[in-house]
Ligand binder design. Structure first.
Ligand code: PLP
Length: 487
């Protein structure tokens, strides 16, 4: 769709106004249809397969190799979305998506995201959009209070936990070696994180130039928590060798088992050696909103930074990662570099978000989080978190009750790690055959050198019947294993 123009260059005002009117009306009609489409999708999702059955390249081959020369109608685009795109979508919103960290996009967040896209406002600088800077401060403040953190934490939204943790590691480098900003990373800086921590921590060390060889993977105990004694020994050893320990990353809710590192003991070691302590609570953080699970944040008040991902377990569609630090001065020192055309704000209440990280541009992500926090409220969120944790514990009890399966890790939150008491190949075959039904989606992990089945509960729509379906399918897979499994 485009305005008609006599000159071939630009349209006269009347033609432009007429075009704009048609353009907006076209959107109004298609927008209503899109919202109807979303409502139907959400109400019928449970009947769809969770994982698409397609071969790699299937969508690329089905779409034209080059873009359309003439614009197309919304009807044509939506028809192809239904026909071609949807069959290639893995349904992360599905109530029986139990893989990785199951999550939930929610209707208020969809509306918040739509309004943010409509505004297309860029909060790089306070003045380029005061709403972006100030709503981010407000929503992260609410979330901080709900998680029981004091008000000396500064919050900023990045895209993912990987980006948040990379910024934490850059702060650690800045605190230890301020000259690194100019001269590049000091070759002797070392970072410590558990053998169960997320790969994003090692990637962060790569990104800031600390180097993979300087990342120490601290051994874990029988419950997959960092061994504080082993951390202390590794740090002492490195100090004795003339290295410069500068960062510890503790995980509250590890990716495989949701184990919780002993943050108070780790904090004591970090304090003794003047190291930056970052806490990766990307998945588990929201559980601190529930009073009886607040203990997961014991010791976090002593950390320098913390990441919590509302796009994992807080009803917010990807992407939205909340990064908190008690040392915004160091974050700013590490990253502020103001181009001439953007004068810094003089008012202390006006934050220029571009000063607190790599990106200049800043999406209005806070709007969808604001919608979520207001729509569900603290109690609604607590109710969802409690129900996921209760279902996980009930499933764990089922696993424990039979002779054929074993549980391989404690269940503090909403993930159950278990295995059939057979070979690794048999466990892999169980996951494959259960997923092939299209009814559920499970993923695996490796613990103590063995393949383990992982059930992660995190979707707002998930019921106990959905969880029971997993149990039935897993048991059916075991029953038919002798005749059908192909190893
Ligand atoms: N930290 C933990 C504990 C995770 O489990 C994950 C991903 O599952 C990440 C970090 C990375 O998250 P993101 O995809 O937001 O970078």
């Amino acid at each position: 769709m485009q305005p008609s123009s006599d000159s071939g260059n630009f349209a006269p005002a009347a033609a432009q106004a007429e075009f704009w009117q048609r353009y907006v009306e076209d959107f109004r009609k298609a927008g209503h249809e899109a919202v109807d489409w979303i409502a139907k999708y959400l109400s019928e999702l449970s009947d769809c397969p969770v994982v698409p059955s397609m071969k790699p390249g299937g969508l690329v081959d089905a779409l034209p190799a080059s873009g359309p020369v003439q614009g197309e109608s919304f009807d044509a685009i939506l028809a192809d979305f239904n026909r071609l795109i949807m069959p290639a979508v893995t349904q992360w919103n599905h109530p029986r998506f139990f893989a990785y960290f199951a999550c939930t996009g929610s209707t208020p967040a969809i509306l918040g995201e739509m309004l943010a896209a409509a505004l297309n406002t860029n909060g790089l600088h306070w003045k380029t959009s005061p709403a972006v800077a100030e709503l981010e401060q407000v929503t992260l403040g609410w979330l901080r209070q709900w998680m029981g953190l004091a008000d000396d934490w500064f919050g900023i939204i990045y895209d993912t936990a990987s980006t948040s943790s990379m910024h934490a590691i850059a702060c650690a480098r800045e605190m230890a070696t301020p000259e690194a900003r100019v001269n590049g990373s000091h070759p002797n800086l070392t970072l410590y994180t558990s053998a169960q921590s997320h790969s994003s921590i090692e990637k962060g060390a790569i990104a800031v130039g600390m180097g993979q060889a300087n990342v120490r993977k601290v051994p874990v105990d029988a419950e997959f928590r960092m061994r504080a004694g082993a951390l202390a020994a590794l740090v002492e050893q490195d100090v004795a060798a003339g290295l410069r320990p500068c960062c510890v990353v503790a995980t509250v809710g590890t990716t495989s088992t949701t184990s919780i590192d002993p943050v108070p003991q780790i904090a004591a070691i970090a304090e003794k050696h003047n190291m930056w302590l970052h806490v990766d609570a990307a998945y588990a953080g929201p559980a601190a909103i529930v009073p009886e699970h607040r203990y997961i944040f014991d010791g976090v008040e002593r950390a320098h930074s913390l990441v919590v991902n509302p796009h994992k377990w807080l009803l917010t569609p990807i992407d939205l990662s909340a990064f908190y630090t008690r040392r915004p001065d160091i974050l700013r020192r590490a990253f502020s570099l103001v181009p001439e055309y953007l004068h810094p704000q003089q008012d202390p209440r006006a934050h220029d978000l571009m000063d607190y990280g790599v990106p200049l541009g800043h999406r209005f992500r806070a709007l969808k989080l604001w919608y979520v926090l207001r729509y569900f409220g603290q109690e609604g969120i607590q109710q969802m978190l409690r129900s996921h944790i209760a279902m996980a514990k009930k499933f764990a009890a089922l696993v424990d009750s039979g002779p054929e399966f074993e549980r391989v890790a404690p269940v503090p939150l909403s993930v159950v790690c278990f295995r059939y008491k057979g070979t690794d190949d048999e466990n892999k075959a169980i996951i494959e055959s259960v997923n092939a039904t299209g009814r559920v989606f499970l993923s695996h992990t490796m613990l103590n050198g063995q393949v383990v089945i992982r059930l992660a509960i995190g979707n707002l729509a998930t019921t106990w019947e959905d969880v029971m379906e997993v149990w039935t399918l897993v048991k059916d897979a075991v029953k038919s294993k002798i005749s059908n499994f192909k190893f």
